[in-house]
Ligand binder design. Sequence first.
Ligand code: GLN
Length: 224
Amino acid sequence: MTQEIEEYKKIRVGVLALQGAFAEHIILLNTLPQVSEAVAVRNGQEIAQVDALVIPGGESTTMALIAERSGFWPALQEFVQTHPTWGTCAGLILLSETITSGGTLKGDQKLLGGLGISIKRNAFGTQKESFEAGLHVEGLEDAARLFPGVFIRAPAIDQILKPDEVQVVAKLERDYGTTPKGTIVAVKQGHLLGSAFHPELTRDNRMHLYFVKMAQEYIAKQSK
Ligand code: GLN
């Protein structure tokens, strides 16, 4: 596990806990000295008390539905527009501008948006076709060491809609089923990070460190 203290202020990180793999994110975030506390976020009061947010993997349609029914959606959307946010898997889908195709897609699936990409849901097939891929993640600590990318009914980034703003962070290094080598699986745009894989299901906290440092830098710049 990688640990390093920066001169930046520690941050309080929320993990959207409406559904999905939120507990695992909280555990990994709490291993980082840069994080004062990682907490579950379920409503407008709780989101107002965090500096940054992680939207976990799970089921993007269910998360959107719960947030909407509970009246949390507008506060969630406002937070994502202005604060560092990282979406993993279903979270990446929610941060996308548009959905190209995939799975049980209903035309009216609600998205938070923010990342200038279009996404293909369930690009790699069903749960049975889950796999692990070694990835080179740009800017990751100890970057030569491959990151274990866990893909479970994962989406793939279909198209970069805003090439001037979106930075590619990771790509598949070989073909996986019908999904070709070179498929984009992680991107960054300003204060937003998205990954198609699940770093919270590994013991490697480098992606969490990457996000927390990105969030600290963004927050420090905002307060200047
Ligand atoms: N297929 C799911 C969705 O569309 C995402 C799967 C995941 O988060 N592991 O929301």
